[in-house]
Design a protein around this ligand. Structure first.
Ligand code: ZN
Length: 116
């Protein structure tokens, strides 16, 4: 490879890295927004339980709390998806043992898992 090709390749690698950083930052922002949504729902659950305590009527709180919990579970799933996207952008994948390895890895260096 000529010197100029190497320089060009280096530049495009740098551009790719910069683009990756932008995308990862975007996903991380989305994750922290979702975590804030979950905090809000926790607060609503608490309010819902306390309102029932005040009124002495617990008949509706169970349904309300269940809806809130389903909401949290859904947001948690969305966060998992975003974390997965970050792993993909980084060109990595997660092994069954929990270790993060490069996307083209055939065998995990920690547990020996063979990637199909
Ligand atoms: Zn492994």
């Amino acid at each position: 490879m000529s010197f100029f090709d190497k320089v060009k390749q280096g530049a495009s690698e740098a551009a790719k890295k910069a683009q990756q950083t932008v995308e990862i930052t975007k996903f991380k922002t989305q994750i922290s927004l979702k975590e804030r949504e979950i905090d809000k729902i926790y607060k609503l659950i608490g309010e819902s339980v306390y309102t029932s305590y005040l009124s002495g009527d617990y008949t509706r709180v169970e349904d309300n709390v269940k809806d809130y919990c389903l909401g949290i579970a859904q947001i948690n799933q969305e966060i998992t998806d975003l974390e997965q996207k970050i792993t993909e952008v980084r060109n990595e994948k997660e092994c069954v043992c929990g270790k993060t390895v490069a996307a083209d890895t055939k065998f995990c260096s920690t547990c020996g898992h063979h990637f199909a």
